[in-house]
Design a protein around this ligand. Structure first.
Ligand code: ISE
Length: 348
């Protein structure tokens, strides 16, 4: 999808909204890794945090108000990395200014707010939003995607997924394990299998004694797809030993697994072993680099590529069913609006 009215191919000035763990990492990336882009402004409710990041970058201004950052000199595009509940307002402000956006997942925390974003983008008449489902840029995920698309293994029947974090921010709730963590598997399922998710069930084992009081961790999520595949996701967010994301596709003629081992393998003192990344910043560093570079490149040539606001909406709709399934213990069907013409798949 291309747009005629985007900035010419100079260096892309980016306003980064949110300077927490992910925002700070994106500021570093845009400043030191991404070519053809620079950080023009940083916004965070914590002015010291925004100021600290901006101070290290030539010509970068610091703000506590996201809208002021979007209106700052030299801003051509916006990267939103604030917490999910703040995304809708920032997205609507960016669309009002006709600015291209890379928005970290989730697009928004629920389907109704995601739908309002879709409506605003449709009113603008062109796509401006890419959603930060970075797994689509991970080398192993891309290999699995290509293998499944080629059909070599036959029809996918099952997808087994594991998603483990060493620990969690204290503000995480049981619902956020669905909306903020399993949302990645929801998008990965739609993308890998090329099918919509039609129903969600969430089973809650007795919580780990390491889970904070009141947090249901781990959780076991079952997704059903429109052509009858079944996907299970273990989310275990306080596993303590590291960050692991794994997936195994079981197809009619074979299986394929990713995420089993990465990095250095050692043989020492009668044991062999590898390393487990401590967090997603390290595990998906290459994916984030490729994602942000692809966004900057597309934006500079006036195009919008990658996961769209529609993908963000679809994941939000599945999350909503997931949260209801978690609350009630029942299998919940996913309800979605029809896909608007603006989000028709390329070439189809
Ligand atoms: C975090 O917010 C992320 O987006 C990570 O990719 C995910 O794996 C983690 O579980 C979330 O907390």
């Amino acid at each position: 999808m291309t747009n005629a009215s985007l900035p010419p191919t100079g260096t892309l000035g980016v306003a980064v909204i949110g300077a927490g763990m992910m925002g700070a990492d994106h500021v570093r990336r845009l400043d030191q890794v991404t070519s053809g882009a620079r950080v023009a402004a940083v916004a965070d409710i914590d002015d010291a945090r925004a100021g600290g990041l901006a101070a290290g970058i030539d010509g970068c201004t610091a703000h506590t108000d996201p809208v002021a950052a979007m209106d700052a000199p030299g801003v051509d595009a916006v990267l939103i990395a604030s917490p999910g509940p703040a995304h809708e307002a920032a997205l609507l402000a960016a669309l009002e200014r006709d600015l291209p956006v890379l928005c970290e997942k989730p697009l928004t925390p629920d389907a109704a707010s995601a739908q309002r974003v879709l409506e605003a983008e449709q009113k603008l008449g062109r796509r401006r939003i890419q959603v930060g489902f970075m797994r689509r840029f991970d080398a192993e995920y891309q290999q699995l995607h290509a293998l499944l698309a080629a059909g070599t293994l036959g029809r996918p029947l099952l997808l087994h997924c594991r998603h483990r974090n060493a620990s969690l921010h204290p503000y995480f709730t049981s619902e956020m394990l669905i909306n903020d963590a399993v949302v990645h598997e929801m998008d990965a399922t739609r993308w890998l299998l090329g099918q919509e998710i039609t129903a969600v069930t969430v089973i809650l084992p007795a919580p780990s004694s390491h889970a904070p009081a009141g947090l249901s961790d781990p959780q076991f999520v079952v997704l059903e797809t429109e052509r009858g595949a079944v996907v299970n996701v273990e989310i275990f967010a306080t596993c303590g030993f590291g960050y692991q994301v794994q997936a195994e596709a079981v197809c009619e003629r074979g299986t394929a697994r990713i995420g089993e081992a990465h990095g250095l393998m050692t043989n020492v003192e009668g044991r062999w072993g590898g390393e487990i990344a401590p967090d997603f910043i390290g595990r998906f560093a290459d994916a984030y680099d490729r994602e942000v570079q692809a966004w900057a490149d597309a934006t500079r040539r006036g195009a919008v590529t990658g996961p769209s606001a529609w993908d963000g909406y679809a994941a939000a709709a599945v999350c909503e069913a997931g949260v209801a399934a978690q609350r009630t213990g029942e299998r919940r069907a996913v309800t979605m609006i029809d896909r608007p013409a603006l989000y028709a798949p390329e070439g189809g």
